[in-house]
Write a protein that binds this ligand. Sequence first.
Ligand SMILES: [Zn+2]
Length: 550
Amino acid sequence: MVTQINSMRFILFLFIVVTTFGCSNREQADLIVHNAVVYTVDSSFSIDEAFAVKEGKIIAAGKNDDILNKYEAKETVDAKGNAVYPGFIDAHAHFVGYGQSLFAVNLYDCKSFDEVIERVQKFVAAHASEKWILGRGWDQNKFPGKSFPDNEKLNVLFPDKPVLLERVDGHAYIANAKALELAGVYPNQKLTGGEIEIKNGKLTGILIDNAGDLVRAKIPAASKADYEKWLTAAQQNCFAQGLTTITDCGLNYDDVDIIDALQKEGKLDMRLYVMLSDNKANYDHYLQKGPYKTDKLFVHGFKVYADGALGSRGACLLQPYNDKRGWYGFLLSSKAHYDSVAALLAGTDFQMCTHAIGDSANREILNIYNKYLKAGNDKRWRIEHAQVINENDFDLFGKASVIPSVQPTHATSDMYWAGDRLGTERLKNSYALKKLLQQNGWLPLGTDFPVEDISPFKTFLAAVFRRDATGFPDSGFQKENALSREEAIRGMTIWAAKADFLENETGSIEAGKKADFIILDKDLMHIPENEILNTKIVATYSGGKKVYGK
Ligand SMILES: [Zn+2]
């Protein structure tokens, strides 16, 4: 009996020794993800099974046994064999603008201007207290006749309420008479970088590019509470699509102050890379003190506009538009202005990021960049969109290590009418993702939301298959410029991070990086094309914290 008890005690003792020593042998982590197909998106695109997270960072990735034997954690996630990718990064978007658009009249996909009017009426009925009616998303290319609407009906329906409706690309507006009156807009008014449309000597309400600013300047300033409402709604939608970092292209310093405060108060988790708008107040505020960085915010670029968009014929072309005789589009500022910004930023750590769509706008900016940048530099100055490039100008990217920042869904949205604007010859060197990728060997991808949908899956589909959500066109639009699946994934993760100087912090699942990752119910590297848009995010993690998913 005594021996039995003693031997039981001995077994118990052994058990305690083994478990205690077993525990102390394993390092403490906060989170372990295992039983996954982990696309680390490291330099060799290697695949692991598990990884451990501590204090918001990945501390190790490897085989299931290696990670489970080496670490223990309060929380262990069995990914059930699902694919895990780094969180998606959108290299070009308008996060604040998107948040704002969630609380304005949604005019996307309107099939006629009457439908636009109907949606505005519904919105006004439901938001009687709004002093200004703002909307976004109309596109006359989807209306019968495809010509710009005029404001006559808006004037009759809303004689006392200012209405300003932004075109899908953000480069044209229609304003009612009340809004034009408040802004003091009159026929034949002169301005640079914009156009005020008149017909029979009367304002039609159509305002192109800088002309829109005349009315926008009269919209009452938003409060911090407005920002919180916009940005938390925007963030929720982005996390649900697997996005963990967004590049916001063009904010003012006071927007940034509010964002910084919301992040520090724990009300906003989204990581943001910010390009400041090209205006004196922003240069005055930021150039002296230099880039601003926190755990979630990096203010490190200036966004300059060279021209407008192709849809509204504001893109600046070397030869006239194919569908508007003698019309070249225009630059939004003087060449001297772009040169002076480049001269100013060349001596700072700030990135110069210039919107250029037409081949003339791209050439102007590429030449200016090449004047200030030496071969092999690492300033990563960017051209946003880089849509229509003259055949002889592609090399100007590689020569000065200029980064083309492209949006694959622009190709599949514009493909229906881009040929009308450009003709077949120029179209060949437009939306040329593969050719642009070859310039530097890497290429950041984005969406330009809310110009396009926020979905990274649509970006992936457009980049790899060059087809839209309807499967059009059968053979893929200019398929020679498609990216491989691996290139598209890199473009949406590590290359987007690199375009934002964040590649040492995020964009891949490697030790030392922030634990920004997503679990998907399907594996983008292997599923057939028709399953891409049905892929669901199982969970999104930012800095090791679950921000979306059950
Ligand atoms: Zn944009």
